[in-house]
Design a protein around this ligand. Structure first.
Ligand SMILES: C[S@@+](CC[C@H](N)C(=O)[O-])C[C@H]1O[C@@H](n2cnc3c(N)ncnc32)[C@H](O)[C@@H]1O
Length: 311
């Protein structure tokens, strides 16, 4: 009997054999409306971080079903989605079929082989580095330094171990692993966590310069640049990013709602209780309707996770 294939490729291909499964793997909802809401929210952050323009060539590492490509590809000259899973690539091609300049390729490993040296203006990687070993993330960051044109920008995020809510999310993973069979290999797609300090080291050793960091949430968000020796241009970009901090950053409300979502998903609070609480909140802005739609979709998809409500 051959050993089970627990590579990134096999694991993520198995999670994307249908559009519903692919969407589920991407944002946990399997619902186009929720995917569009969470995608639109992240796209606002990406626009603020990267200032993408109509003539620019952008790429995405771990494009999934094209949740973010669908938002940004129509605004730029080209968008190249890259993913380890051929099934994800097929789904993103299908969902972006009508968008000129949108293309997607499967990766063979932690390299950006489909992209030529210095061919990209900008790129991003959202909710992907959290699902791989650090060595692979550093290999990708080195590749980012190769494919960006000098002065090009790259945005990425990672779970933030140094934030109390980030730690709480990590502690859940620790407890799960503590309960699992020690003879089994750990899931290659599991959530992994970093401190901001660690990420700064990876960026620097990959040959990139850090222009922006926001770490006051369960996510570390960074914008990095391929150096070109133009210190004045780097400073101008840094000032632009600082002015855009509020739009790039994960907001305090997002952090609070995420912490409360953890109470439902990890600590057993019933979704009905949380939805009632959330629906009574006065907050305005995109976060609250997005979390309400997302939690309602998660509950609808997996009702068996919580006790049935009295009729
Ligand atoms: C949670 S989804 C996020 C998808 C997309 N970035 C988004 O935000 O909608 C993670 C994606 O990363 C891809 N992925 C996982 N490990 C990878 C790796 N080692 N190299 C490239 N892609 C990977 C998965 O196939 C999946 O499409």
């Amino acid at each position: 009997m051959s050993a089970p294939d627990d590579s990134y490729k096999a694991t993520w291909n198995a999670r994307s054999t249908s559009l519903a499964d692919g969407m589920l793997a991407v944002d946990g909802s399997a619902d186009e409306d929720v995917l569009a809401r969470t995608g639109a929210y992240a796209a606002v952050q990406l626009r603020a971080a990267l200032a993408p323009g109509p003539g620019q060539h952008l790429f995405e590492i771990g494009c999934g079903v094209g949740r973010l490509g669908a938002q940004l590809a129509p605004e730029v000259a080209s968008w190249t989605g890259l993913d380890i899973a051929e099934n994800m690539v097929a789904l993103s091609r299908q969902r972006l079929a009508g968008v000129p300049g949108a293309r997607a390729f499967a990766l063979a490993g932690p390299n950006l082989a489909p992209l030529a040296e210095a061919s990209m203006d900008k790129g991003w990687c959202v909710a992907v580095f959290i699902h791989m070993d650090k060595e692979d993330m550093v290999l990708y960051l080195r590749e980012v330094a190769r494919v960006l044109r000098p002065g090009g920008l790259f945005y990425f995020d990672h779970w933030n171990l140094a934030h109390p809510v980030g730690w709480r999310r990590f502690a859940y993973e620790v407890d799960e692993i503590g309960r699992s069979d020690p003879a089994q290999r750990k899931d290659v797609a599991r959530n992994q966590f970093c401190t901001p300090e660690e990420l700064r080291l990876y960026v620097r050793h990959a040959g990139l310069e850090l222009l922006f960091e926001h770490s006051d949430s369960p996510w570390v968000q960074m914008v990095v640049r391929r150096p070109d020796g133009d210190a004045a241009a780097a400073l101008t970009e840094q000032a632009r990013l600082e002015a855009a901090r509020t739009a790039i950053a994960c907001t305090p409300l997002w952090t609070r709602l995420f912490a409360e979502a953890c109470e439902v998903l990890i600590e057993g609070v019933h979704p009905a209780t949380m939805l009632a609480r959330w629906r009574s909140l006065p907050e305005t802005g995109p976060e609250l309707p997005m979390f309400i739609a997302w939690l309602a979709a998660v509950w609808q998809r997996q009702p068996q996770r919580w006790p049935a409500l009295p009729a």
